[in-house]
Write a protein that binds this ligand. Structure first.
Ligand code: ADP
Ligand code: MG
Length: 246
């Protein structure tokens, strides 16, 4: 579904991402792990069109998207969340999601179709799917940190993506919230037929959920493969596992 081919991005000569590669199969849950500064967020920005690679390319369903603007990439079926939650704090939870649904449906809007009514139905379904239905009338800014992160996922679902890209979805969450959020992500993937690409620095989270793991270090891909293969990779053990399991 997604192929990242040897992409590089430098900032003033500093190689944030250097010849990184990644592949994501349709229906899979794929994780990118690496310590802070490894280049995970930059890689996700390159995939979603927030940044343009200096070299290399990104293909989504066989089409090169690396030089397309973010809205075009979103229209093709990729939605993402940010490491720091990106919501409208002074709108209700319901309105936050409805705005996303309406923005997406505008593209297929015509005079006969009752867009607003449809958006209400779709918004309700997304809120139920993410467990936010009982908080629909609250102001988004009044939610707990954990619920704000879930709301961001709900907003991303508003564009009816096929690939959901999540930047550290459990950052700042308690262990209980983290477990609940990963369970939610798994369930959404199953129920909505979504493909998931997420990044994390917490290895436990990654190894418990991901079917394929890509390890990044200093902007490069060390390895990508199933959890067992990654765990046994010598370079990964030295570079990453070694440091926290010494
Ligand atoms: P991660 O998400 O894995 O923590 P990032 O992709 O955020 O890593 O950052 C990778 C490296 O690139 C870091 O050293 C960071 O300081 C640098 N970097 C990221 N974005 C920029 C930018 N816009 N300008 C300059 N340096 C940046
Ligand atoms: Mg990051």
């Amino acid at each position: 579904m997604l192929r990242v081919e040897e992409v590089s991005k430098s900032f003033d000569g500093f190689r944030a991402v250097h010849q990184a590669h990644l592949s994501v199969e349709a229906g899979a849950i794929v994780a990118v792990i690496g310590p802070n500064g490894a280049g995970k967020t930059t890689l996700f920005n390159l995939i979603t069109g927030v940044l343009t690679p200096d070299r290399g390319r990104v293909l989504f369903e066989g089409v090169e998207i690396s030089r397309q603007p973010p809205y075009e990439i979103c229209r093709r079926g990729i939605a993402r969340t940010f490491q720091i939650a990106n919501i409208f704090p002074r709108l209700t939870v319901f309105a936050n999601v409805q705005v996303a649904v309406l923005a997406h449906e505008r593209q297929s809007l015509n005079l006969i179709r009752p867009a607003r009514t449809l958006a209400v139905r779709e918004t309700t379904s997304i809120l139920e799917g993410t467990g936010l239905q009982h908080k629909a009338r609250r102001l988004a800014g009044a939610l707990s940190h954990g619920d704000q992160r879930i709301l961001e996922i709900a907003i991303a679902l508003g564009s009816q993506p096929r690939l959901l890209v999540l930047d550290e979805p459990t950052a700042g969450m308690s262990p209980e919230e983290t477990a609940a959020t990963m369970a939610l992500i798994r369930r959404l993937a199953r129920e909505r037929g979504l493909t998931i690409l997420f990044c994390e620095h917490d290895m436990e989270v990654v190894f418990s959920v991901a079917e394929s793991i890509m390890v990044m270090r200093q902007g490069r891909t060390i390895v990508q493969g199933p959890p067992d293969a990654v765990r046994q990779n010598r370079e990964v053990q030295e570079a990453y596992l070694g440091t926290s399991h010494a």
